[in-house]
Design a protein around this ligand. Structure first.
Ligand code: GLN
Length: 246
């Protein structure tokens, strides 16, 4: 039995090593004896009728985001249907932003999004660039870093409460988006190696949807030690930019 992962626009949306999320999913499947077939989707024709069990979209500059949006727009209906049908999705920063209706650049240009979910992003005068710590009810302490100009606004459930950093914008104190089995997040890092609960959530939902079987747990001592070390380093830092007074 194969799980199929679609990696969208790996050539344009791979800012800050988001490809590492695909490597993490691949490895965590291998450790369980699950074969993960990775398909790089650079253009709509690369997608086939069988679809995918998991998809990943990384981050990119405003320019690359616009290129990727134009390339993938023909797949909008398929991606919408997959999300509604419970396919696991991980979208990072630019890859998260362009699921919405539009992304307004710093110069005021509106880049049309894919319109898959009703939300929007507006770029501010400054970049939100710092370590990002999030307290999630479902995934516990989530760590990573963020580097984006866009401020994203939506009413969907989020990944969690920002403890250090900014997250979606500078007002809500929340980070990311969680709808069906889709996760949108500003967390680069890549996010999955140091947040194994999120990695296994994506794999578990795909595995259960395809086989009806429960996913076996892994020994995540090393991953959890890395997570705790980052959390400790920035949670109690005296540097003001690491404090979220919200
Ligand atoms: N270009 C978008 C922004 O600056 C996304 C950046 C990214 O993917 N890191 O907000």
């Amino acid at each position: 039995m194969n799980l199929v992962l679609y990696h969208f626009c790996p050539d344009t949306l791979n800012l800050y090593g988001d490809r590492g999320n695909v490597i993490s999913i691949k490895k965590r499947c291998e450790w369980r004896g699950i074969n993960l077939e990775i398909k790089e989707i650079k253009n709509p024709d690369d997608a086939d009728s069988q679809g995918c069990d998991i998809f990943m979209i990384g981050g990119g500059s405003d320019r690359e985001q616009a290129i990727a949006t134009n390339r993938l727009t023909p797949l909008v209906n398929e991606i919408k249907a997959w999300i509604e049908d419970g396919v696991s999705g991980l979208t990072i920063c630019g890859g998260y932003q362009f699921l919405g209706d539009y992304y307004q650049t710093k110069s005021g240009t509106k880049i049309k999004g894919m319109g898959i979910l009703p939300f929007y992003t507006i770029s501010g005068d400054t970049r939100l660039m710092t370590n990002l710590l999030v307290e999630s009810e479902q995934f516990g302490q989530v760590v990573g870093f963020e580097n984006h100009g866009g401020r994203t606004y939506h009413d969907f459930p989020t990944l969690g409460k920002v403890i250090v950093g900014y997250g979606n914008n500078q007002e809500s104190g929340e980070e990311g988006l969680h709808y069906c089995n889709l996760i949108g997040t500003y967390l680069h890092g890549p996010i999955l190696p140091k947040n194994p609960k999120i990695a296994d959530y994506l794999i578990e939902k795909a595995y259960e949807r395809k086989t009806g079987k429960k996913l076996e747990p892994l020994d995540d001592k090393m991953e959890n030690d890395a997570n705790r070390s980052v959390w400790k380093q920035f949670r109690y830092s005296e540097r003001k930019e690491y404090k979220n007074e919200g």
